[in-house]
Structures are given as C-alpha cells and as structure tokens.
Design a protein around this ligand. Structure first.
Ligand code: PEP
Ligand code: MG
Length: 907
C-alpha cells in the first residue's frame, strides 16, 4: 500500500497526472492533468482509490485517523490558494466532495456541494458576496444533499419522493410559485429550518455544524456509495471489479449560482450520438451543477448552431429563441470563446472526444471535470475514423478505440429514443440476440408465418423453441422465450438470422391453450402488442417505434483497417444462401459451419425426413433419403454458390432424430395420415426416440455411424452440388465435417463412407473435385486424443457450445435455471456459453491444437461455437493459433475488429 494517500492540485501544479487513473480515479487524474496543461480548475485534492479498499477492510475510524494529517494539510493548501478559510465566519471557503472511479460510472455514486456552511458561516458568505439569496440558496442545497447522501435520507425506492423535495414543493405551493428561483430569502431560510427538523425527526440526529465533521462525513459517504446498490449493479453490467474502488475528490467550490454573470454546464467536444465533429452542450444561467442534470429547469444550448437546431425541433420561433433561450455563445460571448478554445485544447491533448463540466462564477470560467466521453456505436466509429483522418491518432489506436461489441448497434434496427423513454418495462430476460423488435404476440410457428403473410409484424412467444419453430422464427420480428440460455436453440438461431431475441425470461407464464402470456400480473393475449430489446433483454408493453440502423462509410473504412492488421480469418455460421450473402457483405471469407438439419423442416423435406425416421430397414431409409437428396443438393448448391471461391464447411446431420417428429397429438395425426400409417405407430416410434438426456444421446456422428446411408446421401448432395457448380464455371470449396467425435474410430468410419461415396460419384460424373474432410472437436475426449484424430482429419473445428456443455457438465438448454444464482453469488463470473472459459475449456482447445499439429503440422483449426463472435474469446483464438473463427453473420464485423485488435496485441 502506497503511504501517500492524498494528492493535491491547484494553480497550475499537481502531484498527480493523467496516467495515474488507477490510483486517483479518472476524475482525479484528469483534474491533476488539467492543472498541468493550463486549464483553470479550482484547487483541491484527491484521496486515492487504495484508501477506498483500506476503508472497507480497516473501517471508518481507522481510515479517518490515517488520513487526518494529510487531509488537514490539503485543506490548508486549498485555503492558501483561495485566500479564504474553511469554516471561517468572515471569509469562508466552501468545498465540494465528489466520487471518481477508474472507469466513469456516471451518476452512480454520490456528490456533496457547498460543504462548510452552518448558521454562522452562511451569514459570513452573505456578507462576503453581498448576496444573501445566493448564500441561503447554497445553504439549503447543502443541507438537502448532506441529508440525502450522508445522513441517508434519500428514499430507497426510486418511486418515493425525496423528503426535502416534498418540503420545497409544499413551500412553493403555499406561495403559488413554480420555480425554485422565485423563492424569497426568507423562504430559503425557512427551508433550511424545515430541512433540519426533518433530519432530526427521521434520523434523530442534529445537523452537524462543525465543517471538519461535515467533511469527514462526506468523504466517508462517498466511499460508502461505492457499495450502494446502484453502483454494484452498474459495475456488474460494465464488468468493473469491486477492487478498483473509488477516489474522493475535494475541491474549492466555485459558484454558478451567484447571479446572471454565473452559469454552469456540460459540454462535449463532438456529438456523442452521431460522432459529428460539433462542439455541443447545455448550460443553465445562475444555477448549480445538479440543476442541469435534475431536469427541473430546461437547460439551454451552448452553441448558437445547436440552439437554432434545438428551437427548430421544438417548433420555437427564432425571435423567441434568441430572446428566451439564447445560447451561451450569444449570452456570454467572451466566456464562450474561452470555453471553445479550452475544449479544443483538451480534445487535442487527450486525442479523444471529451465530456466536460464547467462553471462560470461571476464572469470567470472554471473546468470541474473532463473525461473521454461515452458514445454510441455509430459515434465510436465515426470519431475514431475522423481522428485518424485528422492525424490525431494512428491506425492501431483507431482500431483499439472501437469496442467490438458496440458495432452491433450499427447492424440492427434500434428503438426510437423518444418512444423508449415513455415505454413500460414488463420484465427482463437474457439479451440473446440484439436489436429492437415490436409486433403482435403469437405463440405458434404456423400462426407466425400466416400472420406475417397477412402483413402483420409478430413477436413469437414460446416456452422454448425447437427446429420446428424455425419457420415461425424467421417470420417474426423478434422471439421471446421463457426458458433457455444464450446458446439455447432460440438464441443461436435468432443470432444467426440477425433477429432480435430475448431468451430465458423466467417471469413469463405462457398458457398455450388459452393463448395468453402472464407477466408479473399483466395478462397479454395473442394479437396484443409487445416490444423487445434484444440488446438489453428488456420486454416492453405495447408498440415502440423502431428505425433501421445505418451503416456509414466510416464503418466500411474501419473494416478495411481490420483486414490490414488481422491474422485470424473470419468465417460465418450460415445455413442459407441469404445468410451467407449477408455475412459475405460483412466481410466473411467462408462458412465455418453450415448446420444441415435446419434445411429439413420445409414441407416436402420434413415428410421425407420423417419417412426415413419411420423406416425399419436400411432399404426403407435409403428410399426416403433418395427423396431428400435433390432437396439437399439444391440447398448446398445455393450456399456454395453464395460463398463462391471461399471454403464452405458443411456439417453432417447432428441433432437427435426426435427433433424431427411431432410431439403433439394433432401433429402426430397429420403425420400418420401423410405416411399412411396408424397414429399408434407414429406414437410408438416417437416414444422409442425419446431419450432421458438427448444432448448426450443418439446424435452427431452416432447417427452417421448407425445409419451410414445418411452420411452417404449428404456427401452425394454436397459434392454433387459442387460438381454442378464447377461445371457451370464456379469455384466451390466444399468441406465435409463430422460432428461429435469422441473416439477416432467414429471419425475413421465416417471418413471411409464419405471417401467411398465421393469416389463413386466422381466416377459417375466423370469429374474430380478437391474437398476436405474434417471433424468437430466438441467432446473433451476428442481434445484429449486430438493427436490420433489428426491422423485422418484434415481440419478441426472447435464446437465450443458442446465442448463447454460437456466440460462443465452444464446442459446448454437448462443453464438458465441456475445461472442467475451462480452469477449473483460469484460462483461464475460470466455465462461460459457466452464467453469462452479460457482456463478450462480453453485449455482443452490449446492442447488439442498442439496435439493435432504435432501429428499434422498443416492442420487447419477453427472455432464454430457461439464464442467465435465474442471479442475476448476471439482474442483467445488468436493467441492459441487458430486459423479462423466462425460466427453468426451479424457478428462478423465484431469478430473482425476483435481479430484485428488481437493481432495488434499479440504481435
Ligand atoms: C457447438 O457445439 O459448438 C456447435 C457449433 O454445434 P451445435 O451448436 O450445433 O451443437
Ligand atoms: Mg455441437
């Protein structure tokens, strides 16, 4: 532990600097830095983040004792620079106390302003400033903030009204006035008395009159706020570790509420929403910082351009705007000039868009904070590309400035912000597939398809989905499921389709019979509207307007830059020519996984498939497969053509056969009729297919090994399609992949069937074609014996969905039942089906790659599990030397960016 606990700054000097964020927090480090580069900042000091950790270990009293000397000396340092004294009745100094963690956590922790006032000091402040109104306004604000934050008066429920606000409302109501600023000095004084009485009544405590006691109370309250519920939740969302702690920043108060030559505001060096290089922001005349945020008064625009634009949106006449809503540029032209120059200096200094807070006290400008501004995905890309073009940053920095996951926002439709702000959240599930969707509720796939045909937008609501629901899913705007995790059927398929999906929303109760869904007391019927946010997992009541996402030129530029630096190749998981096309548009150079089973669900195909399943003999199966062959061939033809010139890795049939037969009586009746057999026979077969643990049952290569004729048919379809394309002058590169290998013999037998079938086909067609046969590594035993498997297999593709399932022993379809508890209790840090477990599953991958390449040095290795589109997992894939990653079409740009960042990091 560093012995120095407090770092001072002021008057162009500072003990800290910008690169000390870990110790001083973002705010503290930047306050120091601003001093060093000549930006006017009120003097102050920062108590380090280490002290925060110390505070939670050693307790309040010990830490206060440890800090005492340094804090008292630092207060003296401020007094000297400000020429005033803390707690002095003649010439008082007031302080602000603010939090400041390493990463910005806007609004999550506490702030106390105007600290140091009591009944005597307030009189001194009034005399010193000649402004009694200002003095008492500051005092009542202080008592209110201190009561809320330090003495715990702030209501726990967001819905409950703050006790102090209630008093203010009552006082204003009595006088029939609307604005805080209309209160008289006497009323402000009255507020102080009423506030103190409320504190005494609610907490039994007297408001502390000793300024030093106030200061310690505030410092400890800021540390305490690190552990408040809001902050904990925010950290969880943003992945900020609790060990980082918050710093405490104590600064001399400067006042934006000293009359009409004072103001306070927030500004950005560029537009945080669009990324445009436009200085912008809001301010309030004669106000303190929290007024801007609190939304009590309407803030005004800083630039004239912004003000004119704002007025147009509000439908306000130019003359009215200029008179009643002037910009800071018009209201305080000199200050504006200085502010504009300083914001520019700060942006150039940090080489990034800045988010700044400032106060003007009687015509003098002060900066209270600067930080790299938060921004939307669109703004992120535009700002990075603009800064690169401006020569502010280099290519690698531009790439690293972009957060891969945020690219998502550029790819999916989004909710209209205004519409969202007034929408009601019904419940939350897992953010399974991003985007915004709204539509009418349907519960069944065929309804979804029919309604869609009738021109309706639908949301399909299911307990969970199965391949039978595919048609419905594809017809829906979005999918909501009660069960299932991030790699459940619904989630995987929806992501593949680029379709919004919220999965595992445990609070929804679906009644298929009544065609209703009950959510927390609200009952919705089929046809009622609901909206989903697949990026947050939120489920809303009713319709919320959406707008299509725009892919700008900057996005393309960023992608080009990715290609320049990346080593890993990015392929896509695609089962249809359309998906392949979409992915290709996003820059995918091949298909890493084509799941063939999804192709079996359309009319004639499912019939033939069921016929095959029902057949009791090999001949019977072959007859049915013969019917399937032309359909499969056609499917593969389309996909190989869409990915012409690039490798297309097609996986043999994988899911257990029971997924292809109906489980409801009605469906079984229809099937019986179609097949010309009795319902009992169908039921018998369905029952015989049922397994206690289908994920570990008769699936994957176990199907091909028991029914080699399926493998033969699929091989004929794949290679037949490729031959046809070749004859037509295309350049197909088929790869045939055997799933779920655990024993090398499983692979060898399947490979023999594939090669034999190919030989026959080539002889028939009189055409030779090069193709590869590889395997998935998705069973731990396959990873352990990879050296043997690589003797025959030409490539490995890591199926990390199953590999995760079998390494942890967690069913990928049932994890939602305990995952929330595991995350809450920190048993798991993240969902391992979303973020690759590098320690465990990753070890198997690393080992399998090494073992495989020990046998076959040129062995191509890729990943096709869901992790292939998750940035941290992609970086891991780069590290262990995979050749490619493969992911859903809509994650291709994300994977490309992560791959480029990995290349920069690792080489
Ligand atoms: C996997 O297991 O990771 C995989 C890609 O296959 P599937 O998800 O189809 O089981
Ligand atoms: Mg699998």
């Amino acid at each position: 532990m560093n012995e120095k606990r407090v770092y001072t700054f002021g008057n162009g000097k500072a003990e800290g600097k910008a690169d000390m964020k870990n110790l001083l927090g973002g705010k503290g480090a930047n306050l120091a830095e601003m001093n060093l580069i000549g930006v006017p900042v009120p003097p102050g000091f920062t108590i380090t983040t280490d002290v925060c950790n110390e505070y939670f270990v050693k307790g309040k009293d010990t830490v206060v004792a440890l800090l005492k000397n340094e804090v008292e000396n630092s207060v003296k340092h401020i007094e000297d620079l400000m020429n005033s004294k803390f707690g002095d009745v003649e010439n008082p100094l007031l302080l602000s106390v603010r939090s400041g963690a390493r990463a910005s956590m806007p609004g999550m922790m506490d702030t106390i302003l105007n600290l140091g006032l009591n009944d005597e000091v307030v009189e001194g402040l009034a005399r010193k400033t000649g402004n009694k109104r200002f003095a008492y306004d500051s005092y009542r604000r202080f008592v209110q903030m201190y009561g809320d934050v330090v003495l715990g008066m702030k209501p726990v429920n967001k819905e409950d009204i703050d006790p102090f606000e209630k008093i203010i409302m009552d006082v204003k109501a009595q006088r029939g006035i609307k604005l805080d600023n209309d209160m008289t000095v006497e009323e402000l004084q009255q507020l102080v008395t009423l506030f103190k009485a409320a504190i005494k009544e609610q907490t039994g405590l007297d408001f502390p009159t000793n300024p030093m006691e106030q200061l310690w109370g505030a410092i400890c309250a800021v540390f305490d706020s690190w552990m408040n519920e809001r902050a904990i939740l925010y950290r969880k969302m943003e992945g900020i570790p609790a060990e980082w702690g918050t710093a405490v920043n104590v600064m001399a108060m400067v006042f934006g509420n000293m009359g009409d030559s004072s103001a306070t505001g927030v500004c950005f060096s560029r537009d945080a929403s669009t990324g445009e290089n436009l200085f912008n922001g809001e301010y309030l005349l004669n106000a303190q910082g929290e007024d801007v945020v609190a939304g009590i008064r309407t803030p005004l625009q800083i630039t004239k351009e912004g003000s004119v634009r704002w007025a147009q949106l509000q439908g306000i006449e130019e003359s009215t705007r200029a008179a009643e809503y002037p910009s800071l540029e018009e209201r305080m032209p000199e200050i504006y000039k200085e502010l504009d120059a300083l914001q520019d200096r700060l942006e150039k200094h940090y080489h990034d868009m800045q988010d700044m807070e400032f106060t003007v006290q009687e015509g003098k400008l002060w900066f209270l904070q600067t930080r790299n501004g938060k921004r939307t995905g669109t703004a992120m890309v535009k700002i990075a590309m603009d800064l690169l073009a401006e020569g502010e940053i280099d290519e690698k920095t531009a790439l690293n400035r972009c957060e891969p996951n945020k690219l998502d926002e550029l790819l999916h439709p989004v909710f209209d912000k205004m519409a969202l702000s007034s929408a009601k959240v019904l419940t939350r599930g897992l953010p399974a597939s991003p985007g915004a969707a709204c539509g009418q509720i349907v519960f069944f796939a065929d309804d979804a398809a029919r309604w869609k045909e009738e021109g309706k937008d639908v949301i399909m609501v299911r307990i969970e989905t199965s391949p039978e629901d595919l048609v419905g899913m594809s017809a829906s705007q979005g999918i909501l499921t009660a069960r299932g995790g991030m790699t459940s059927h619904a989630a995987v398929v929806a992501r593949g389709m680029g379709k919004c999906c919220v999965s595992g929303a445990g609070a929804i109760n679906i009644n298929y019979k009544a065609r209703t869904v009950e959510i927390d007391g609200t009952v919705l019927k089929e046809g009622d509207y609901m909206s989903l946010n697949g990026s947050t997992g939120e489920v809303y009541l009713g319709k919320i307007e959406t707008k299509p996402a725009e892919v700008t030129g900057d996005f393309a530029k960023l992608m080009e830059l990715c290609s320049k630096y990346t080593r890993l190749v990015v392929r896509t998981n695609a089962d249809t020519p359309h998906d392949a096309q979409v992915a290709r548009g996003f820059g995918a150079v091949g298909i890493g996984l084509c799941r063939t089973e999804h192709m079996f669900f359309e009319n004639e195909k499912i019939k033939a498939m069921r016929e095959m399943i029902l057949a009791r003999t090999k001949e019977g199966r072959e007859k049915a497969l013969e019917k399937l062959l032309p359909y499969q061939k056609q499917d593969f033809y389309g996909i190989l053509k869409a990915m012409d010139g690039y490798p297309v890795n097609i996986r043999l049939l994988d899911p257990p056969l029971h997924e292809f037969v109906p489980h409801d009586l009605e469906g079984q009746r229809i099937m019986a009729e179609e097949m010309g057999v009795s319902v009992e026979e169908i039921q018998q077969r369905v029952n015989s297919l049922s397994e206690h643990n289908p994920m570990l049952g008769h699936r994957g290569c176990r199907l091909g090994n028991t029914y080699p004729e399926i493998t033969a048919m699929q091989t004929r379809a794949i290679l037949g399609a490729a031959i046809q394309l070749k004859k037509e002058g295309f350049d197909p590169h088929p790869e045939i992949m055997v799933p779920l290998i655990g024993i090398v013999n499983e692979f060898d037998n399947q490979e023999a069937v594939i090669r034999e079938t190919a030989e026959k086909l080539f002889a028939e067609e009189g055409v030779e074609l090069s193709f590869h046969v590889g395997t998935m590594i998705e069973i731990p035993r396959a990873a352990l014996t990879a050296d043997y498997i690589a003797k025959k297999a030409e490539y490995f593709s890591f199926g990390t969905n199953d590999l995760t399932q079998m390494t942890y022993g967690y069913s990928r379809d049932d994890i939602a039942s305990f995952l929330p508890t595991y995350l809450e209790n920190k048993i798991l840090k993240v969902d391992p089906f979303q973020v690759l477990d590098q320690e465990g599953v990753g070890q198997l991958i690393d080992m399998a790659v090494k073992k495989g390449r020990a046998t076959k040095p040129e062995l191509v290795c890729g990943i096709c599990g869901e992790h292939g589109g998750e940035p941290e997992s992609v970086k891991f894939c780069d590290k262990v030397g995979l050749n490619y990653v493969s992911c859903s079409p809509f994650r291709v740009p994300i994977a490309r960016l992560a791959a480029a960042q990995a290349a920069i990091e690792h080489r």
